[in-house]
Structure formats: C-alpha cells, structure tokens
Design a protein around this ligand. Sequence first.
Ligand code: C2E
Ligand code: CA
Ligand code: CA
Length: 734
Amino acid sequence: MRLAYGEAAKAFPIIGIPPIHSAHEPLVDAASFDELTGLPNRKSLWPLLEDAINRIPADKQVLALLVVDVDHFSFINTSIGYDRADKLLQLLAQRLDCSVRDHGVVARHGVDEFAVVLSGIPHAREVSAAAERIARAVAGPFTIDGVNVRITCSIGISLYPQDGGDTATLVRNANLALHRAKDIGRNNLQFFARELNERVVERARLDIALRSAVENHEMHMHYQPIADLQTGKLAGLEALARWKSRELGDVSPDRFIAVAEECGLIEQLGEWAIRCACQDIRYWLDHGYGVPRVAVNVSPRQFRDPSLATIVSNAMSEFGISADMLCLEVTENVLMQDTPACEATLARLAAIGIDLVLDDFGTGYSSLGYLKRYAFRKVKIDRSFIENIVTDSDDAAIARTVISMAHSLGIRVVAEGVETEEQCEFLMKNMCDEIQGFLYAPPLAPDALREFLREGRALPGRLLRQARPSRTLLLVDDETNIVAALKRLLRPANCTILTANSGREGLEIMSRHPVDVIVSDQRMPEMTGVEFLRRAKELSPDTIRIVLSGYTELQSVTDAVNEGAIYKFLTKPWDDCQLRAHIDEAFRRKEMADENRRLDLEVRTANFDLAVANRRLEEITQQQQQQIRRDEVSLHVVREALHHVALPVIGLDEDDYIAFVNVAAQGLLCGSGTLLGCDARDVMPELLAAVGSLGQGNSGTLDLKGATYCVNCHRMGQGSEARGILVTLTREPS
Ligand code: C2E
Ligand code: CA
Ligand code: CA
C-alpha cells in the first residue's frame, strides 16, 4: 500500500495539536510528506518544531523532541526483504502516530528514523512516560504477509527550553542523546545531558588528531605475554595498540578505537596493526628470539571489510610470516552480525589458515553455538569476571562453566586480567589453560619484551596445573580444643591446614583460599555442618567434604549424602589412624579427579586438533577435485576444438599408438572405420614413415589419395604433461 501525496495527507492528518496544524496550512502540500508512510517528512520537521516552540504557552509547559530509531534495521531489511521492510515502516508509522495522537506529531526523519514532537505536556516526567509508551508500541509484534516480526528502538530526547532554545539545537541534542542510546546497547531511551556535548567536542578532537596518527608515527604496538598454566611458560602474545599523540598525549585504546570505528579510520588502523605485528615477528625471528603466536585484535567493522583476509595474507607474505605465527581476536558482536560479508571473511581466513580467538567472552550474547560453528581455537574469559572470581560465587560459576563448556568442544581457555596469585590458583585448579594479566606481565613495549624474552620468565611452580598441587585441608568446628587436637593429629600429613570455628568463617576462608578437603563438625551454632557443606559445594563443587560429628541426625545427614554434599560421615570420638587414613584417601580422590579432568581435556584437545586437521584436509581435497574437474573441462574443450579444425590432426603416443584423431583426419585416412587406439604402424605406415624421417618441428610431404600433404610434427610435453607427437597435415597446392 503506497499512498499518494493527497491521500497521505488525508490518511494521516496531523491531529492532536490543533495550533500546529492550522498554523501550517501551507505545509500540507505534496513535498512536505513522505511518500511511503504518509507522515510529514524531514523537511517539514523544522517548521513544525519551530511552530510548536512559538506556541508553547507561558504557563511553562514542556516541549520535547524525540528521535526514534529502529534497532538493526539494515539487518531486518536483509532478513525479511525490502518490500516487507517497507510495509513494516508503514505499520510502524501508523503505530507511532496513534501512540502520540493526543499531544504530538510524528515525522519521518530518516529511513528508519522518526521524529516525534510532543507539546502541551505539563512536566518533563510525562515525557519519559510518553517515550516508554512509544517504545512499547514499537516492540509489539508486527505481522507482515503472514510473517511475524519483532523490533525494538532506541530513543534520544531533548527538551525545550532547557536543552536548546532553537530548533537546530534541539534536533542536534536529540540526535546526540540517540547516539548515546545506541552506544549503550540500543533498545533504550536517553535524555540529552550536557556531558554528551563535551563528549562530542572531545570526539571531534580525537578524530582530527587520529587522522594523521599513523603517518606521523604516533602509533606504537605493545605486546602482552600470555602464560600457559601447565608449563608456566610463554604461550602467546597479544598485540595492543598504543597512541602517543603529539597534541593530546597518551590516549587509551578504549577511547581511540571507538572513535576510529565511528569515523571510518578503523580499517587503516587495523591494517597498520596487522602489518606492525608481522614486521615485529619478522624482527624477532631474524634476531633469534623464540616467539609464540601473536594475537591481533580485529574490530567488528574491520571484520565486515571484504579485504581483511587479503590484508592479512599480504602482510604475511611481505614479512615472510606463516599462518601459525598469527591469530586474530574477535568479539562476539562480530558474529552477531552474521552477515554474508562476515561469513565470507571467516571462510577466507580459514582458507589461509588463520586461527581465531573469541575475545571478551561473557560480555555479549555469549553463545555456545558460536564456538561450535566457527571453529575457534581459544576463548578468552573477559576480565570483568576474573576480577572477583575468588569472592563472587556467580563469577566463579560463570568461569567454571565457560571452561568446561569450551573444553567439551576441545577449545582452550584464556583468562584475562589476572592480577593476583589467588585468581591464578583458582583458575589453575579449575583447569583454565592460559592466563594473561599483570600477574605474569603487563603489555610491554618492544624493547621491554625483548628483555622479557631473554629472561624467559615463567610462572612459579606452585601456580601450575601440572605441579602436584599442595594439599589444603579446612577444619571447621566450634570447639577450639577439637580443632587444636585435629590439627595436632594431622600436621605430619604434609598438607596446609586452615581452621575455622563456624560455617560462616569456613566459607569466608574458602573464598580466599582454594581448598581440597573439608572436615566439618555437624552441630555448630548459626549454621549446621551439613548446611555449611551444602554451601561449600556451591562455592567449590570439587572439594571433598567430610562430616565429623558426635551426633547423628539421620534425616539431614541422609539428605546431604544423597544430594552429594557429603562424601563421608565420620563419628566422634575418632580413631586417629582411621581418621588419618580417611583424610588421605579423600586427598587422593581429589587428585585423581583433577588428573582425570586434565587427561579428559588432553583427549578432547587432541580430538579437536584432529577435527581441525580433517576439516583442512577436506578443504584441500575439495580444492584439488575442483581443479581436476576444471582440467577435465578444458581438456574436453581442447579436444572438441581440435575435432572441428578443418586441418587433419593426429596425436600419436610414445609407442606410436593413435591417441587422438580429429574428424578431418579420420575422413582423409580411414573413412568410417575407427583409428583411435590403433597401432599407427598397422593403419597408417606411410604417415608414420614420413613422421619418422622428420625431426622435431620439421615438416615434410606425403602423398595421400592423389594429393600432396605437408606433414608437420610437434613433439608434445614442453608446456604440459602430454607425451608423444602431434601431426597436422596441410594440403599442398597442386
Ligand atoms: P582487550 O582486547 O580486552 O585487551 C586487554 C586489555 O586488558 C588491554 O587494555 C590490557 O592492557 C588490559 N589488561 C591486561 N592485563 C590486565 C590486568 O591484569 N588488569 C587489568 N585491569 N587490565 C589488564 P588496553 O591495552 O587498554 O586495550 C583496551 C582495548 O582496546 C582492548 O581490549 C582491545 O579491545 C582494544 N584494542 C587494543 N589494541 C587494539 C588494536 O590494535 N585493534 C583493535 N581493533 N582493538 C584494539
Ligand atoms: Ca583482545
Ligand atoms: Ca578482552
């Protein structure tokens, strides 16, 4: 349904604010309306707004300008098709119009952007309610040609008079607020704030300075070492860009990368980063530094650039770097785009053998599906989860889940932002594969990195997965003399003993120290032993938990045993020897479980490597098959072309058998009988004799059926793998 101009004006009368309508009779002409939606168009927004400003009563009512932008519209366009997207915009326009009918006017401001002028509102609070109403209206389901579509929108709002005394300022500030709404993840509304203005000014300064940063040699690359938790040694480097601006001083990458993305400089910066990393790798190789794989960050926009794979392979060949020296880090939002361009980039990178690392895992719409689908080699747990990993049970659970999820797919896990030994120990005990962070090394300038490489710095043995972990026992009892007695008894057992007098204290200790085995009393004030061990299981499921009690409340103990919170129930008074044996067995059990997990991971990683190798092999085989098919086709083409050449052409193999004979030769030499595959000595002795008397490239003559032919010989195999002689006959003028 496309509306003609006149109809449009009728179908969508600008009602609701009679003063605006009547004051702008001249506006109601064809050029003022949007053809698709019938709403006033961008051009008429300014006069409408100006008029609304002029008409604002002196009783301090509020006027608001809302810019409503459909989230991910280009994605919607490609997924439902342009026609349906047009219909969606028409339905949306109607909904917006209805939702503000009583006190506002809607205009189409851009392709997927609408402007709403709300006036006659007594208080700014109501603007927020109206904007929420609009957002709800947009979010309701649409049915277009039987297809259900759901969308969301981002809204930027400026208010008159506080955010601008004139139309231009109001429009600009509403747009700034909209940008902010998009920046913080879309599907939300933002009021204009003064800081936005300052941000814009700052952005503009950065933008200008950044344009010449690469040419002015203001960009540098730092490299942060990544350590392997099994060997403690260097396992990788991450390239992190640094900008020392002559004008602005040091600017952090979080700031300049965002600006570069916005002003279209990221491709240039991205190419610089890839080339710089390759150049540095070349330098290290040439100077005898053993370096591991270097990871370069790639931003989402760069990933959409179809030339990314070419840029990478050009840089690799320019500096003589093989694909196993480089990998790219991408964030989840790259994959969320899921556009054909993105798929194509992934395929091209895979074809040149570049591995991918999934960066900042956990911050976006983390999905196991991505990991499976795109054959990531590694996943990086975002540093926001690592920060409180030892104290926050949610973060701990997330990290554990990511690790086991990735391992089940044979993908290695790197933890980012590891600053303390406690964090590292937690990660090591939970089978994380690698760590990156200030604990091992900060990002280093190239000369500092050389020093680091020379030193060969490694993590201390106690933090390593492979090292036989020191045994840690936690004793919890409210009676201090029992704790003391147990401690005395177990001290020679060669383990670290931690003690607590209550369940709460026990949990506190566990949040600070990794624990292998817990022995807890049952009857304690505040929290029973069973309850404490239940919570301990949540905090650290791998611990082995034992109750040591003088009392037996059968029900609670049975429940706890059944749900796996307790491994053993022992009674007081204890037998020293037996208790020691039980605890030793508990440690061995724990160590066995750890070892099993390690082996399981090794098997899975090996399987994963195998799967990757198989996939590559399959690709190579496919490419070869394609080549063979192409060769076959071109052979057929050549054969057919030779068949139809008017000149008689005969191909003899190395044993003088006839390998090819075209139609003209067949007619001349044998009529309808078959020559192909026959011995030339039998079926054309004269020709063979004539050929035999000639050298390569020479020509002679032969009399055939009353005519004289010039015989031309060409020995094959110079430009191809063909063997034998190609003979052509040309009739001599009689
Ligand atoms: P990222 O990819 O998450 O990089 C890791 C960030 O964590 C780096 O910040 C690094 O300096 C910081 N970091 C490392 N260890 C620790 C630690 O123990 N504690 C804490 N608190 N932080 C740590 P940086 O260098 O400021 O870079 C910020 C972001 O800028 C990077 O985050 C990356 O997304 C982006 N970036 C940096 N260089 C490039 C580049 O060449 N291209 C692109 N597209 N993005 C880049
Ligand atoms: Ca990164
Ligand atoms: Ca990260």
